[in-house]
Design a protein. Structure first.
Lengths: 115, 115
């Protein structure tokens, strides 16, 4: 069984640029969530996708957007990058939809540095 | 809005010492509670979870946690730690039931176990 994978591993961008991060869910998982983990802090929920539709969003501005594809892979897009966007971005997949009873499996993360 | 606090930022123990990591949450309704662990260089992994029933839950690797509803707490314990328990530990909460998986994580506690 393949786990959750993310690409790229590391990324360096400059302020104002746009970035796309990718996540491949664990096989068969139809729900994906994205989190931002700043240095020394716990992950913060960005949003969740279930069957290609956004289902819930944390306290992040609209320049954070996402997509989920029919094969349940997913993208996180961030426009107009700011220095504070520097963080580890995690995706987590789960099976069975919206229930909070379903275990989330986390990927290794993408480390984004904004200069 | 939900929030999670963890009592200690960094805990240092010798092998065989007992461990207790504090976690408190603020949320008025039914909650699901989780402890996640992040070993150095690895993904976030689920240690244990509480949904309902027996407030004392057992997880992997000898960890357990007790839910005390009146104190809004979900403390993690282990009777005897090993060097391999060195990791970052995160407490997380979600609303109970089918309300999505917008986990709220605490800031984490770094555990260092000295051999």
């Amino acid at each position: 069984e393949t786990g959750v994978t993310q690409s790229p591993t590391h990324l360096i961008k400059t302020r104002g640029q746009q970035v796309t991060l990718r996540c491949s869910s664990q096989s068969g998982h139809n729900t994906v969530s994205w989190y931002q983990q700043a240095l020394g802090q716990g992950p913060q929920f960005i949003f969740q996708y279930y069957r290609e539709e956004e289902n819930g969003r944390g306290n992040f501005p609209p320049r954070f957007s996402g997509l989920q594809f029919p094969n349940y892979s997913s993208e996180l897009n961030v426009n107009a990058l700011e220095l504070d966007d520097s963080a580890l971005y995690l995706c987590a997949s789960s099976l069975g939809g919206l229930s909070s009873y379903n275990e989330q499996f986390f990927g290794p993360g993408t480390r984004l540095t904004v200069l | 809005a939900q929030s999670v606090s963890q009592h200690n930022h960094h805990v240092i123990l010798s092998e065989a010492a007992s461990l207790e990591l504090g976690c408190n949450y603020s949320y008025g309704g039914t909650v699901n509670l989780f402890w996640y662990v992040q070993y150095p260089g690895q993904h976030l992994q689920l240690l244990l979870k509480y949904f309902s029933g027996d407030p004392l839950v057992k997880g992997i690797k000898g960890f357990e946690a007790e839910f005390i509803k009146s104190k809004f707490s979900f403390n993690l314990r282990k009777p005897s730690v090993q060097w391999s328990d060195t990791a970052e530990y995160f407490c997380a909460v979600t609303p109970g039931g089918n309300y999505g998986q917008n986990f709220v994580f605490g800031p984490g506690t770094r555990l260092s176990v000295l051999p």
